[in-house]
Design a protein around this ligand. Structure first.
Ligand code: SF4
Length: 350
């Protein structure tokens, strides 16, 4: 069997247990998003299988360029085409009424997709100015988003905007709704973006590095706010971050990504106390952990991430892996469950 085929087969076999199919709100099956460039094809997402539980938080971690943002931009159908394209897989949104829709099959310009974006799945970014329009007052931006998805008068939508600013603890919301993004601090802009994202009460909030650009105190406030709003709005959260500290505080489950794939998935406690994949262990060893013994110094992961254009034979982590064996260079390990709810793609566990 060629290596490419064996890698495809392995990702198809992966099955995520997030506590029961009835609790799953979003399911990615063998998702592949490629970028077709003049110099070659970048397989940014190359067979991702992951599930998000209703009202749960999934932390998605991995180094820059591992595909975590592209995976969830694909869910929102925010991949610029060309050069990007979802070439295979399914993105299944399981609605409360039992209906399931495959987002991959929707026309990017369709009304159905527009309704899903914002009203069912909303996304916030590291830099609020990505989503906020500098030319309009923030209140108007929130109210227009509300009007797009719900039928109500302009006045009621503006009242909803003010209420949302209040919900995200912005003082003087009646004054702030008339202000422009540049008149607000970075932390306040991030709160406005959360208000904008939650204004239509989506079932899923995707947060892409939402606190990376903020100082530590504001970061903690925003995370507290997200937790508070999650229980109030009953939303599931996908938290994309490179910060394992944030993941340990926020997530119920964690997906560790490497080279466009999920290489380990488990409940958060398992990831921190019983990691199975050498890449996860490397990530944990390379960040400061409270209570770490003095002789357990920080150890960076050695080597470089291969080019996403390389055709890789065997395990994509083999060049950097301290435990690599002969088989690792030959065959890609299957991503599979090794303990209940704990999956990994690594020959060490086969
Ligand atoms: Fe390391 Fe082999 Fe496991 Fe890959 S499959 S992570 S090379 S031990």
């Amino acid at each position: 069997m060629s290596m490419t085929m064996s890698r495809q087969a392995s990702s198809r076999a992966a099955k995520i247990d997030d506590g029961g199919a009835d609790d799953t709100i979003l399911e990615l099956r063998d998702l592949r998003t490629y970028f077709f460039l003049e110099r070659g094809v970048v397989k940014a997402v190359d067979g991702v299988n992951v599930a998000v539980g209703r009202r749960k938080t999934l932390g998605v971690v991995g180094e820059s360029g591992c595909g975590k943002s592209v995976t969830f931009r694909s869910v929102m159908r925010l991949i610029q085409s060309p050069p990007g394209k979802i070439v295979d897989g399914e993105i299944l949104l399981h609605r409360k009424d039992g209906d399931t829709v495959d987002i991959v099959k929707l026309d990017p310009r369709s009304r159905q997709l527009r309704d899903i974006r914002g009203a069912e799945i909303a996304m916030i970014f590291q830099e609020p100015m990505t989503s906020l329009n500098p030319l309009h007052p923030v209140g108007r931006q929130i109210s227009e988003s509300v009007l797009l998805h719900q039928s109500m008068s302009r006045r009621a939508a503006l009242e909803r905007a003010e209420e949302m600013l209040n919900r995200v603890h912005i003082a003087d919301p009646d004054r702030r709704i008339g202000e422009y993004p540049h008149q607000l601090s970075g932390g306040m802009r991030q709160r406005v973006m959360i208000a904008l994202a939650l204004s239509c009460n989506p079932s899923i909030l995707i947060a892409d590095e939402p606190t990376t650009a903020l100082d530590v105190t504001v970061q903690a406030q925003i995370l507290d706010l997200m937790r508070e709003l999650q229980s109030e709005f009953d939303s599931a959260i996908v938290l994309i971050t490179h910060n394992l500290g944030v993941v340990s505080q926020m997530a119920d489950h964690v997906a560790v990504m490497y080279m466009g794939r999920v290489v380990e998935y488990a409940p958060v406690y398992e990831i921190f106390h019983n990691p199975k994949h050498p890449y996860t262990i490397g990530l944990l060893n390379s960040v400061p952990v409270l209570g770490r013994k003095e002789d357990n110094r920080l150890v960076p992961i050695t080597g470089m991430v291969p080019s996403p254009m390389d055709e890789i034979r065997g395990c994509a982590f083999a060049e950097r892996c301290p435990d690599a064996m002969e088989i690792c260079w030959e065959q890609s390990p299957e991503f599979k469950e090794h303990e209940p709810g704990h999956s990994a793609a690594c020959w060490l566990h086969d």
